[in-house]
Design a protein around this ligand. Structure first.
Ligand SMILES: [Zn+2]
Length: 181
């Protein structure tokens, strides 16, 4: 193997037991790509690259958000939590229960909690938390709480479907070079 190939390899290719990519249908792929595009918009404004979009069963985009923690100074300004904050006053719990939340990255514990409280019952995400940790690096202030969103969703009294990781390569693109000091 040439050194160029090694340099181009993803940093996690030597890691074992990473979650396998989940194939998406055309519709889920389209909206997850919209969430990834929002991550890039957020990044272009100086934030960590995360985006989220909420979509109704009849293809209404109910809300969009990107992580805005850097531009606002609000540490709770993650994309999914910001999205829940924006849509929950505007839609009924029944409308939210029928919607799907697409997130460019696997929801953290806070966002999984916000999704639970929103009554949204379906989540599709791009890059998973384990692969994200490669980009976050070893700095303690960049590391996440290592509790899976599925642990939060599985503690719900009703089912919350969780699909991912998906479109890993596309979702990873937003993070390249985004976690430098
Ligand atoms: Zn979060």
């Amino acid at each position: 193997m040439s050194s160029a190939v090694v340099a181009a390899a993803e940093p996690w290719t030597t890691e074992a037991a990473l979650p396998a990519e989940v194939p998406l249908n055309e519709r889920d792929g389209r909206y997850l790509r919209a969430a990834i595009a929002l991550a890039d918009r957020g990044r272009s404004r100086g934030n960590r690259p995360f985006g989220a979009v909420l979509v109704s069963p009849d293809d209404e985009v109910m809300g969009e958000a990107w992580c805005n923690t850097t531009e606002t100074g609000d540490c709770t300004g993650h994309a999914e939590t910001g999205l829940v904050r924006a849509v929950s006053p505007r839609y009924s719990r029944e409308q939210l229960a029928a919607a799907t939340l697409y997130s460019s990255g696997e929801p953290c514990v806070m966002c999984a909690g916000a999704i639970f409280w929103s009554n949204v019952r379906r989540v599709v995400y791009g890059i998973d938390a384990q692969r994200l940790r490669v980009f976050r690096g070893e700095r303690l202030d960049q590391r996440d709480a290592e509790l899976s969103c599925r642990d939060v969703f599985n503690a719900s009294p009703y089912a919350i479907e969780c699909v991912g990781p998906a479109l890993i390569e596309e979702a990873s693109q937003s993070h390249r070079g985004a976690w430098k000091l």
